[in-house]
Design a protein. Sequence first.
Length: 165
Amino acid sequence: MRRIDSNQADPGKPRRNDDAQQIRRQAAVESNTLATSGRTSDGRVEAVRPSEYLEFSVADLPWRTFSQLKRGQMAWQAGLDLHGYTLEEARAELESFLRDAASQGLRCVLVVHGKAWGTTADFPVLKSHTNAWLREWPGVLAFCSATELDGGTGAVYILLRKRGQ
């Protein structure tokens, strides 16, 4: 048997802390996040009733946070009203609104989609599509129908992901 002189790896030359490189990496991560958080589907969606209560949350969201959102105890910081928009216009507006809200670091927003009582459609088109779009948007942690004060089942509170989450 032979003795080992050292059992530690040579760490080599110490790495310098390059601020420019860190900035470039962060910019790449952010641009990649914006690129992947982009489009919502325009395929078939599950129809919901005009008075149906909507709710969704990611699996690891604390129940207390979701409960506060459902009770309207989180103040919404910005709102979007989709009344009068076509389906494609509504999707573009919603995507733009969510991107802007995320870039401003907003945590809770309100989107009014309406109940479509005055239309000839068999189901509320904007409400059904908004429900589907928000479920696939990566920056959305949770959403639920608003309290009566903020629009009831014709609007949703949306809880957005914090930066860096």
